[in-house]
Write a protein that binds this ligand. Structure first.
Ligand code: NAP
Length: 309
């Protein structure tokens, strides 16, 4: 029986591992499908405190893993398929490497940015295609970029990108934004933002270096095709929290599938089951907030275990 199993190896998972390992709880971390989480898909991270020169996303994650392992964290490279609470208050996990039992579980499985599903999308991530303006906007000064989407995220990202880009196309599939009035008005009032209504991206076009140079658009009302020259596409069509495996667990999720935490903590509605990071946060979604929440969940789990003893 493990004292703590942490599911997920993004910032929240490793932060929780560092804290529980230093508390001598010998955490077992289950890696998930994409070890290292979302930061492994970015290049340079310039906004994580402590790295004045910036740090590569994958390097940051490897450092976190090393730090967690230094204090006794063990890693199982597998996927969790099911989490069930047992009558004695412990948890049974079905994983791709077999059954595991634990007194507490910290879920830090993150969220995956929704993509358009175009053929070369995966290979272009980090090469002119991204889902994070805060992370990558500063790499595109004085060049045209596009944001895809019409919600609050798209408007927020487009407005933020006007600090760097020469022009920001806001490509939306309808002629009306979904975003809240205040965010929509702010975006549309910005002279650097040019909305491209009723349009869908049908292809990402690349240069000889394999970087995005334009997108092919289709006007969804007329069927007319066109090309839009740009240096980067920011896809902001929502995120999908990685909670599908929790179906039937009794955990409270919101309408979009995010885990509902007791505000400002790692607690969920199930005793002994904690959550941390983007899997429970659709608002901030930053490496630093995920790491901070991982620390909270670890401290909450540690105190819960101390009280059980
Ligand atoms: P969202 O509200 O679900 O909006 C997604 C947008 O992407 C919609 O405009 C949608 O178009 C479009 N879209 C979805 N699938 C698409 C596809 N396959 N092709 C093209 N377009 C597609 O997601 P979000 O903007 O990430 O916001 C999520 C939640 O976080 C919301 O509750 C939002 O209010 C909140 N949020 C708040 C803040 C803030 O308050 N500062 C900032 C960001 C997000 P349609 O409109 O046609 O459906």
């Amino acid at each position: 029986m493990e004292k703590v199993i942490i599911i997920g190896t993004g910032c929240a998972g490793w932060a929780a591992a560092i804290y529980t390992a230093r508390a001598n709880l010998e955490p077992l971390v289950i890696s998930g499908e994409q070890p290292g989480g979302q930061l492994t898909t970015t290049t340079e991270v310039e906004n994580y405190p402590g790295f004045p020169e910036g740090i590569d996303g994958p390097d940051l994650m490897m450092n976190m893993q090393k730090q967690a392992e230094k204090f006794g964290t063990r890693v199982d490279y597998s996927m969790v398929e099911k989490v069930e609470k047992q009558e004695d208050g412990t948890f049974l996990l079905q994983t791709s490497s077999g059954e595991k039992a634990a007194e507490t579980v910290i879920i830090a499985t993150g969220a995956s940015p929704r993509h358009l599903g175009l053929p070369n999308e995966k290979e272009l991530i980090g090469h002119g295609l991204t889902s994070c303006a805060t992370c990558d906007g500063a790499f595109y000064p004085d060049v045209p970029v596009a944001v895809i989407g019409g919600g609050d995220s798209a408007c927020e990202e487009a407005t933020f990108l006007t600090r760097f880009a020469s022009k920001v196309y806001l490509v939306h599939r309808r002629d009306e934004l979904r975003a809240s009035q205040i965010m929509a008005e702010r975006a549309l009032a910005n002279k650097k933002i040019e909305p491209v209504w009723d349009s869908g991206v049908t292809a990402y076009l690349t240069d000889d270096d394999g970087k995005v140079r334009a997108v092919e658009l289709e006007n969804l009302k007329t069927g007319e095709k066109s090309e839009l020259d740009l240096k980067c596409v920011f896809v902001a069509i929502g995120h999908i929290p990685n909670t599908q495996f929790l179906e039937g667990s009794g955990l409270n999720l919101d309408d979009n599938g995010y885990i509902i935490q007791k505000p400002g903590t790692g607690f969920t509605n199930i005793e002994g089951l904690f959550a941390a990071g983007d899997v429970a946060d659709h608002v901030y979604r930053q490496a630093i907030t995920a790491a901070g929440n991982g620390c909270q969940a670890a401290l909450d789990a540690e105190r819960y275990l101390a009280e059980r003893e």
